[in-house]
Ligand binder design. Structure first.
Ligand code: SF4
Length: 470
């Protein structure tokens, strides 16, 4: 059972570079942490579009021949996770369609909260859906638009959707980037040799040697073609709701998101945690890799040494299955191994970014004790996660979140830790330099800025049921 929230997608787009497909491939490598179940690239040569998608990592999805077949000076690419039962190639992105406005391809990071409603209406009016993805709704709206120009049809279609969306769209001669008016998910703009790039995180710009110019603004539609870049603001003004979890866990520490270095914010979370919930200890140990930055900050502030007391095996496949179900905790042991010389006889502070179900954290506490630690204190660099996300993050149901079902004291007991403390919401917001307002914190508060269908059982992100599957 997964014990972390999961980002669902990463997007990349480039316009005006002779190596567009190759650079997109490299960009997707940098964004691999945002989605590992499928990868795809669409390119355009000014006359038509070329698409290649496959299940698996970026390295599995493309070879030299495939990249050579992706012709032209512009391209978009996507990496994706999926929800349970939804792991099919047909749902991989980019999605490509041909319609009266011409060919168009689309990549999406986020989740459309009114997708089912729009889909039902489109089906009533005769649309036939090929996928169970919310993203396809945008393309049906686009295909039905009576607007004379493709650009106007794009704006008309995205004006009807609500929720979280950072999009990269490609026609034969245009790259279009869109960010929802709340700015839930990041979307950066870069430049390389005169070509324009858009991508989920700036680490993708670093990898290809591009410069970060600015971010696509919340509510902005950017159209990039041979005449330059045009910016539109077709949405009504809305409060910013940047996903604060991008800073806590999702984004890579070497990225800059929402105008701030992820590494600096994450390290500051650790410092604040040490000030709020310090404890006498001999060593500060991160739960790798997610707890490393916060543990460094915690160690710096507390004065206790930072030590890699747990070593992660990076070569465990995504589909690892315990060969003997009877061997409890085997999966955690395959992924993490304690360093006894660091832990034995020591008072240990374990630092992680979050506790979701609690089962993995409990196994890790047990592992550290078994390695000889005299005390095990757990510190978490965000508040308890008490509510699911409906804005593009794959989360368990509320009833599976230990932060919802248990008090902090009960969680401590469940983990078998000597103490447990979380960073509070004020500390989290201070670390991103925000008062309540600019950032979404719904998974910590249960208060949602954008309404969504409230039946948790009927509502599955990115897995809208096809009529035949319902
Ligand atoms: S609910 Fe949590 S994970 Fe989802 S967008 Fe808001 S802060 Fe991010």
């Amino acid at each position: 059972m997964r014990d972390k929230f999961r980002d669902e997608c990463g997007v990349f787009g480039i316009f005006g570079h002779p190596d567009a497909a190759n650079l997109t491939y490299l960009g997707l490598y940098a964004l691999q942490h945002r989605g590992q179940e499928s990868a795809g690239i669409t390119s355009a040569d000014g006359k038509r579009l070329f698409l290649s998608r496959a299940m698996g990592y970026v390295s599995d999805a493309f070879d030299e021949a495939t990249l050579l077949s992706l012709k032209g000076p512009s391209a978009i690419g996507h990496v994706r996770y999926s929800t349970a039962g939804d792991s099919r190639l047909v749902n991989a992105q980019p999605i490509l369609i041909d319609c009266a406005h011409g060919e168009i391809s689309l990549c999406h990071n986020g989740n459309l909260v009114n997708a089912q409603e729009l889909r039902d209406e489109l089906v009533r009016r005769g649309s036939i859906f090929q996928t169970s993805s919310d993203t396809e709704v945008i393309l049906h709206l686009y295909a039905r638009s009576q607007a004379p120009m493709a650009e106007d049809a794009i704006i008309e279609s995205i004006s009807q959707v609500r929720g979280a969306f950072s999009l990269a769209m490609l026609t034969k001669d245009k790259l279009v980037a869109v960010r929802d008016p709340h700015g839930f998910r990041p979307l950066a703009i870069g430049e390389l040799d005169g070509a324009t790039i858009v991508c989920s995180e700036t680490c993708a710009l670093d990898l290809i040697g591009a410069t970060h110019v600015r971010d696509v603004e919340p509510g902005e539609v950017l159209v990039i073609d041979s005449t330059g870049m045009r910016s539109y603001k077709p949405f009504a003004d809305a409060p910013f709701e940047h996903c604060i979890f991008e800073h806590v866990y999702f984004a890579r520490p070497d990225s800059k998101v929402f105008g701030q270095s992820v590494n600096e914010v994450r390290t500051d979370l650790g410092r604040r945690l040490a000030r709020e919930a310090g404890v006498d200890a001999d060593v500060v140990v991160p739960i790798p890799d997610s707890g490393v930055c916060a543990a460094l900050g915690f160690a710096e502030e507390s004065g206790a040494p930072f030590k890699m007391g747990l070593i992660r095996n990076h070569y465990v496949g995504r589909t690892f299955i315990s060969p003997q179900q009877a061997i409890r905790n085997f999966k955690v042991k395959v992924k993490l191994n304690p360093v006894r010389s660091i832990l034995k006889g020591k008072r240990v502070v374990l630092v992680d970014d979050s506790i979701i179900r609690g089962t993995t954290s409990r196994n890790i506490v047990g592992m550290v004790r078994a390695a000889g630690a005299s005390e095990v204190h757990m510190r978490i660099s965000c508040p308890p996660t008490i509510s699911p996300c409906y804005y593009g993050i794959d989360t368990p149901r509320r009833s599976e979140l230990i932060g919802f079902t248990h008090t902090v004291a009960e969680i401590q007991e469940f983990l078998g830790a000597d103490s447990l403390a979380y960073l509070d919401i004020e500390g989290l917001l201070s670390a991103v330099g925000s008062r309540r307002g600019d950032y979404c914190t719904s998974c910590f508060t249960g208060k949602y800025p954008v309404e969504f269908p409230h039946d948790e059982n009927a509502y599955l992100q990115l897995a809208l049921k096809l009529p035949s599957e319902s």
